[in-house]
Write a protein that binds this ligand. Structure first.
Ligand code: HEM
Length: 106
């Protein structure tokens, strides 16, 4: 390998590897509660090593806090007839188009 060669490590691929993540395409948040050994970098949304994301703890806390507050008070139901979700993978993974949902009080 030559000096200056760029190497890309794909979170998309590693985070869907069934060796570490059974049923990788299913939304199954309880997987985080299940015991099991995984290699350290089987999950690396914030990179790693000396250039690891400096906002990682903040981002995790913010994400969980927002989700917990919203999910306790509101319901989000998909709107019928929408085309399947298309993704726009970038530094973060996001939907290509807006995702309409019906929001109601719990
Ligand atoms: C879900 C949210 C976030 C994700 C997925 C994310 C992901 C990443 C990734 C993959 C890197 C590159 C790490 C590497 O090169 O190995 C990075 C770097 C960085 N992130 Fe984040 N990040 C998030 C939120 C934040 C927040 C909230 C901040 C600041 C408050 C932040 C500040 C930075 C900075 C400054 C770097 C560059 C670190 C360096 O090169 O030394 N990030 N982030």
């Amino acid at each position: 390998m030559e000096t200056g060669t760029q190497i890309f490590l794909s979170q998309w691929v590693v985070h869907r590897d069934p060796r570490w993540w059974p049923e990788p395409d299913r939304f199954r948040p309880e997987r985080w509660l299940e015991p099991g050994e995984r290699p350290r970098f089987a999950w690396f949304p914030f990179g790693g090593g000396p250039r690891v994301c400096i906002g990682n703890h903040f981002a995790e806390m913010e994400g969980v806090t927002i989700l917990a507050v919203l999910a306790q008070r509101l319901r989000f139901d998909p709107v019928d007839g929408e085309p399947p979700l298309e993704l726009a993978p970038s530094i973060t993974l996001r939907p290509k188009r807006a995702v309409p949902v019906r929001v109601s009080r719990r």
